[in-house]
Design a protein around this ligand. Structure first.
Ligand code: AHG
Ligand code: MN
Ligand code: MN
Length: 336
């Protein structure tokens, strides 16, 4: 049987893996481990809701808009409630920033961790049984424990993340996370209801043959993006775009590729959110040997100024992302 570097076999449960990681790092208090277990529990609950969405009346639009002015799907709302409840009951989180809520969700102010989350990513794919996901980032609060959570606790650099990850509800359900010591993936074993280790220390190939972008916006892209796409086509690379960031990113990390959601004329800051989409995946990508930028700047060094800030986003295999950066620097513009 395969053994990984912690001496654990493929198939080890997530709980055991987290405990082993905690034991390896003498400074760990066990609180982060508990928080990761809370997130895994939330993922299992959301997975259950997603799996039965065709049977219950929980697919389709909820009839309201989120803070971005986008239509909320019923499952967006359900995932937000489920996730928030799991973190509240887990008792390790002082505050959440969620894509689905304008303001900070205040939980127990005696706790040290802040969570930024996209409870359900890829909402346009919910109704059609295509892969969707949950994305999260974890920060240690800056303000003193016991007092109210401040904006500065949320508006931290991506480099300050202490953990990040995603849950992919795909042909199987998978949890992928990092605490800054490599990227590890776990598959949900449905009959056991447990996440079990699939891969430790995942690495993203340095180069790849897949490019993922919504080319429907081609005429709105900057010249450097258009030029890069022409290069991809000249090399007969494969175009793959699911429209669920988590799923597109996951495939490209495993196979080698690039995902781009650049600025467009209509959305000069792109569409994706820095705090709970881009930073989380950037941390994973870098831990796997990949790169994440806004076209020029490293994503994890962008100073956040608001909870729901957007940024152009280019992520994936190092050589491919570096090429976009080179073209962007040559045309001297990030936003096109
Ligand atoms: P969300 O469902 O959380 O709002 O995110 C959707 C995002 C992302 O998952 C996806 O890659 C992108 O929106 C697709 O946008 P386009 O339809 O504009 O390509
Ligand atoms: Mn999203
Ligand atoms: Mn979402």
């Amino acid at each position: 049987m395969d053994k990984n570097s912690l001496g654990l076999s493929i198939g080890t449960t997530l709980d055991r893996f987290i405990k082993k990681m905690q034991d390896e790092h003498s400074y760990a208090t066990g609180e982060l481990s508990q928080l990761l277990r809370d997130i895994a529990l939330a993922g299992k609950i959301i997975n259950r809701e997603v799996n039965k969405s065709g049977l219950l009346d929980i697919a389709g639009a909820y009839g309201s808009k989120n803070v971005q002015g986008e239509d909320q799907q019923k499952l967006d709302v359900i995932a937000n409630i489920r996730f928030t409840r799991a973190l509240k009951n887990g008792g390790m989180t002082c505050a959440i920033v969620s894509e689905e809520e304008q303001e900070i969700i205040h939980l127990n102010q005696n706790c040290r961790y802040v969570v930024c989350m996209d409870p359900l990513d890829g909402s346009s794919n919910i109704d059609v049984n295509v892969s969707i996901g949950t994305i999260f980032s974890i920060y240690r609060r800056i303000s003193p424990i016991g007092g109210p959570v401040q904006d500065e606790d949320i508006l931290q650099l991506g480099t300050d993340q202490i953990a990040a990850g995603y849950i992919l509800y795909g042909s199987s359900t998978m949890l992928v996370y990092t605490t800054g010591h490599g990227v590890h993936s776990f598959t949900l074993e449905p009959s056991l209801g447990e996440f079990v280790l699939s891969d430790e220390n995942l690495t993203c190939p340095k180069d790849g043959k897949i490019f993922s972008i919504n080319e429907g916006y081609y005429y709105q892209f900057g010249e450097q993006i258009k030029e890069y796409l022409e290069e991809c086509k000249a090399k007969e690379m494969s175009a793959r775009y699911i429209g669920s960031l988590v799923a597109d990113f996951h495939r490209n990390m495993l196979k080698g590729g690039i995902y781009l959601y650049p600025a467009t004329e209509k959305s000069p800051n792109g569409k994706l959110r820095l705090l709970y989409e881009c930073n989380s995946l950037a941390f994973i990508a870098e831990q796997a040997g990949g790169v994440a930028t806004d076209g020029i700047n490293r994503i994890m060094e962008i100073e956040p100024t608001s909870f729901h800030q957007r940024t152009p986003f280019v992520i994936g295999s190092k050589k491919m992302v570096d090429r976009v950066t080179k073209l962007s620097t040559m045309t001297d513009t990030v936003l096109g």
